[in-house]
Design a protein around this ligand. Structure first.
Ligand code: CO
Length: 134
């Protein structure tokens, strides 16, 4: 069911410092920071030949990644995003096999303007998974 790895998201306390690590130390191409208030993050996108890394810093009071930084003050890997062709079909496939979708279970518009869902990490080897319709 899942297709390509679309991105790996890393939550960081300092987006400028993290962008420098990827740009200068790892020699990667990193976008300018992009505020995404609807998602409660400021993001910078690292473009790699086969996938992307999203560097996410909390934005605003109710950021969904703020509690992650409270538990991991230096930052860390937050989620993996896999592409699916049909997100509604993917949701039916997963819930039919006992997996749980976070929130109200309905797809939302993600950071790339496409429908996304997040899956309960306890059902997936301790990893938060985002599905994005490609
Ligand atoms: Co993501």
């Amino acid at each position: 069911m899942i297709g390509r790895l679309d991105h790996v998201a890393v939550v960081v306390p300092d987006l400028d410092a993290a962008s420098r690590v990827y740009r200068e130390r790892l020699g990667a191409s990193v976008s300018e920071p992009v505020p995404l208030p609807a998602h409660g993050v400021t993001a910078a996108f690292v473009q790699l030949p086969n996938t992307k890394i999203e560097l996410l810093q909390p934005l605003g009071e109710d950021s969904p990644v703020a509690s992650f930084l409270e538990r991991h003050s230096g930052g860390g890997m937050h989620h993996l995003c896999y592409e699916v062709e049909d997100i509604e079909a993917a949701a039916r496939h997963l819930t039919g096999r006992g997996a749980r979708i976070l929130g109200d279970g309905k797809p939302k518009t993600g950071a790339h303007g496409k429908p996304v869902l997040f899956l309960q990490p306890k059902d997936f080897c301790g990893t938060l998974i985002e599905l994005e319709q490609s």
